[in-house]
Write a protein that binds this ligand. Structure first.
Ligand code: SF4
Length: 344
């Protein structure tokens, strides 16, 4: 898998150098630079809006939380500390959602959120229902990979239930893995991915594409190179991440680069392009709203299109276009809409 390796090295180099340049404080303090970034973010959003009106704005992607239960306790994730009720999406809720996805011709569906999708015993049936009900949408699963084995892995593969699987690993060996994820399941994940790779070869399947993730910030290059050597033969792509961000409103220890002074705040594309649906059917502000503190509507009560064009989200969008983040609760503290994390 030489190609995977070369791409993983190039990606790492690009991200580390690119992000270092973007973090230059003197640059982000210059008024013309700030204005250019802001104007560009508004222009792109206006272009996106223009594609859909007058039928109403539609998200191009939906992230679905099948469950907010998890089997790990990772240092960078607020799952362990969030206070909303824990549960699993019902088949009825998923059915309504799948119809909405099909009606709006949404292109991408991600199964993720603040839980581990494989903790949901009904996962294969739900993926079946999505395949049948959600039109042509591409389906991706975000998982820690610990439970991706046996009959479930075989069913996902042979049933072509997912186009891609994204595995958050972030470690090159058992010790660092346990430090980051709260349990040493490194060997189990490696073994599961080997098995998945074997299944795909045996049945001549190109899907699901397996993507593995690694956070560069805390680890450094040498450990990343070891990571690449472990996974380049069993993954289709390796994704290094150069930023760790602070969850807005969270009291978790800061585990990334402090962007509060260096980041230029931009109008956030998530408010237009990416809907987030929790296990109970609540459509919440975005992927950063781990407490579900801003509920835009519930898909059992309103159509996805109505929610996505409702008053509550409209208020947030208008404030973002004005560059007025100060009264917006979690958006005020969020770092996702900074030029360092989403530069273009
Ligand atoms: S700025 Fe942050 S909190 Fe606000 S919508 Fe964007 S990602 Fe969500």
């Amino acid at each position: 898998m030489r190609q995977v390796r070369v791409k993983a090295y190039a990606d790492c180099l690009l991200k580390l150098t690119g992000r270092s340049l973007l973090r230059w404080e003197w640059m982000s303090a210059l008024d013309p630079v700030r204005r250019a970034y802001r104007t560009n973010s508004v222009r792109r959003i206006k272009a996106y809006e223009g594609r859909y009106n007058p039928g109403g704005i539609r998200p191009m992607g939906v992230e679905i939380e099948f469950t907010n239960r998890c089997n790990l306790s990772c240092i960078f994730c607020p799952n362990a500390s969030h206070r909303r009720a824990r549960g699993v999406m019902s088949p009825e809720t998923l059915h309504v959602l799948a119809c909405g996805i099909k009606d709006l011709e949404i292109a991408d569906v991600t199964i993720g959120g603040f839980g581990e999708p494989l903790m949901d015993a009904g996962l294969p049936e739900k993926l079946d229902a999505l395949r049948a009900g959600a039109g042509q949408a591409k389906i991706s699963i975000v998982t820690n990979g610990v439970l991706l084995n046996g009959a479930i892995a075989e069913r996902i593969c042979r049933g072509r239930l997912a186009d891609s699987i994204h595995v958050s690993i972030d470690a090159e060996a058992g010790g660092p893995y346990a430090d980051i994820h709260g349990a040493d399941a490194f060997d189990a994940v490696v073994s599961n991915l080997k098995q998945l790779n074997k299944l795909k070869l045996q049945h001549n399947l190109d899907k699901p594409a397996v993507h593995v993730r690694y956070k560069l910030v805390s680890a450094g290059i040498r450990r990343y190179l070891r990571f690449v050597s472990v996974f380049s033969d069993i993954a289709d792509a390796i994704h290094p991440y150069a930023n760790l961000f602070q969850w807005p409103g969270s009291s978790m220890p800061k585990n990334g680069v402090d962007l509060s002074r260096r980041g230029i705040k931009l109008a956030c594309g998530n408010l237009w392009k990416s809907a987030r649906v929790n296990w109970n059917g609540d459509v919440v502000l975005c992927c950063q709203d781990y407490e579900g503190s801003v509920v835009l509507g519930n898909i059992r009560e309103q159509s996805l299109l109505d929610i996505w064009n409702g008053d509550r989200i409209a208020k947030y969008r208008a404030a973002h276009l004005r560059g007025d983040f100060d009264r917006l609760g979690i958006c005020r503290e969020c770092q996702i809409n900074t030029h360092v994390i989403n530069p273009w």
